[in-house]
Design a protein around this ligand. Structure first.
Ligand SMILES: [Zn+2]
Ligand SMILES: [Zn+2]
Length: 145
């Protein structure tokens, strides 16, 4: 049973079988991709920035960023194509976050780990104390006997 959906781009009802947008929008995106790709492949445009590509092709920057994120346009080949980090807005050329935002997330994880380790040590220590008291108590009992 084919699933009907509204195209997220143009709002038209379409059959959601192979694509997430309707075929007219898919064709339009493909056309835009060809346009962008033809533009940046020109020698003089190899180092073009997002703005320049947007201006030169009339394609939305959002869409160009999508091509880059999808890996269809490689920033290793086109070093001018940077886009904002989703967290702080710094210019990045791959993934969704810049290096320092990625670092922050990792730091956060590490901190959680070391807190967990600290809790563990605390538990171990109180267990030790318990054992000490316990054996001390045994001795006291023995002495009394
Ligand atoms: Zn559409
Ligand atoms: Zn960032």
């Amino acid at each position: 049973m084919p699933e009907l959906a509204n195209c997220p781009k143009c709002g038209k009802v379409f059959t959601k079988a192979f694509r997430s947008v309707c075929s007219a929008c898919h064709d339009e995106v493909e056309r835009q991709f060809q346009e962008v790709y033809a533009f940046i492949r020109k020698r003089e445009n190899r180092r073009a920035t997002m703005e320049e590509v947007e201006e030169g092709t009339g394609v939305d920057r959002e869409q160009i960023v999508t091509f880059v994120r999808e890996g269809r346009i490689l920033t290793s080949q086109f070093p001018g194509l940077s886009y904002p980090c989703e967290s702080c807005g710094a210019e990045i050329r791959e993934g969704r976050l810049c290096g320092s935002c990625k670092g922050n997330i990792q730091d956060g994880l590490k901190r959680r780990d070391s807190e967990a380790a600290f809790e563990q040590r605390k538990t171990d220590r109180s267990k030790e104390r318990y054992t000490t008291y316990h054996s001390l108590g045994d001795r006291v009992n023995k002495d009394r006997r």
